[in-house]
Design a protein around this ligand. Structure first.
Ligand SMILES: [Ca+2]
Length: 151
């Protein structure tokens, strides 16, 4: 079994890496909380990533999401998370896990995350921090089946 991990960092579209707040679940090595590069102190941020699923057999795929304060997440245009506006500690510590196995397909996939501070008009600041940490984990069969190849 092979595992692919795609986590938020500056390689995501419009993603600005930000320092994690002490109240948030801390990011792992190589991953970062992000907010919108287009409006770093704005009340909302949209970041996106295109990634490839090379295996035709995805055994299981999960999305770990920590967001201050709430989010809308689309994968391949389909809604995975649609939060109502709220301030919920659980959303950023410990964060939430979603099964996204059925949202992925072989080839190119797109994830779009819109994160929102709360109250909705409140910009990102030290007094009212905001951030998004996402981690996609894809477990797939790493065996190359040669049954379709004829030499
Ligand atoms: Ca906040």
């Amino acid at each position: 079994m092979k595992k692919t991990v795609i986590a938020t960092d500056a390689s995501w579209v419009n993603a600005l890496e930000i320092a994690p707040n002490g109240a948030w679940v801390q990011p792992g090595p190589g991953e970062h909380y992000v907010w919108g590069a287009n409006d770093p102190t704005g009340p909302a941020a949209v970041v996106a990533k295109r990634f490839e699923v090379k295996s035709k057999k995805v055994e299981k795929a999960t999305l770990f999401l920590s967001v201050d304060n709430y989010a809308i997440v689309l994968i391949n245009g389909l809604p995975v998370v649609i939060d109502a506006p709220q301030d919920n500690r659980d959303f950023y510590n410990p964060g939430r896990m979603f099964n996204i196995s059925h949202f992925l397909h072989h080839g190119e996939n797109d994830i779009v995350i819109a994160g929102f501070n709360y109250p909705q008009t409140s910009g990102r600041s030290d007094r009212n921090p905001a951030g998004i940490l996402a981690r996609i984990e894809i477990k797939h069969d790493d065996h190359k089946h040669d049954d379709h190849k004829h030499y």
